[in-house]
Design a protein around this ligand. Sequence first.
Ligand SMILES: [Mn+2]
Length: 234
Amino acid sequence: MRKIAITDIHGCYLSFEALLDKTAFAKNDELYLLGDFIDRGPGSKKVLDRIINLKSEGFNINCIAGNHDFAMLDAKTDPSFFSSWYNGWGGKQTMESFGVRSLDHIPGKYWDFINGLDMTIEIDGYIMVHAGLNFNVKNPLRPDIDMLYLRNWYGQIKYGWLGERKIIHGHTPMKKYDIEYMLQRLEKDKVIDIDGGCFAKYHEGKGYLCAFDFSNNKLYFQKCLDDVSGYWGR
Ligand SMILES: [Mn+2]
């Protein structure tokens, strides 16, 4: 009956698979995936297939959107955005994982999955969101695209509004020891970024996919096993 959050898989299928093994994720656990399933890493299609299949096999999988997931939707509908997604966002690696030269050739079930993603989940005193919450609006939980893009927002947290709840998010890659430090301070600070920058494996301290079992306050780290040289041009 554990509750486990993972974020920013970014097509790192081998790392995702190994991390699920490491946590011994099972049918009576709950998995929360906080977006950015695709782009940059080499296995975006495999990541989406794994998630869709786990759901259909009856595993308890709950997913929310990241900016990259919604960017792929935009790249499909907005031709002027396509080339920046393809070249700048790591969309090239996503297209290659599907073996297609046009987004129109990606089957409908993947678009249905992405279109069905909400922006937040709140459960057991935890709020999960991809990037952050905007505390400058009346209701920070009202769905807004900012939730997928915010950076450096901790200074604006309204602790009166938040109460005893804690926020789990990703989007901004952190070093492993910074994630461990945020867990130590979670009771006080009420926020933790669990993005270990899996695709950023050439950066010192990063290059981990992280799982946070928030029912036991336990972190798991999997070093990146995927070949991300395509994205980094190495
Ligand atoms: Mn992101």
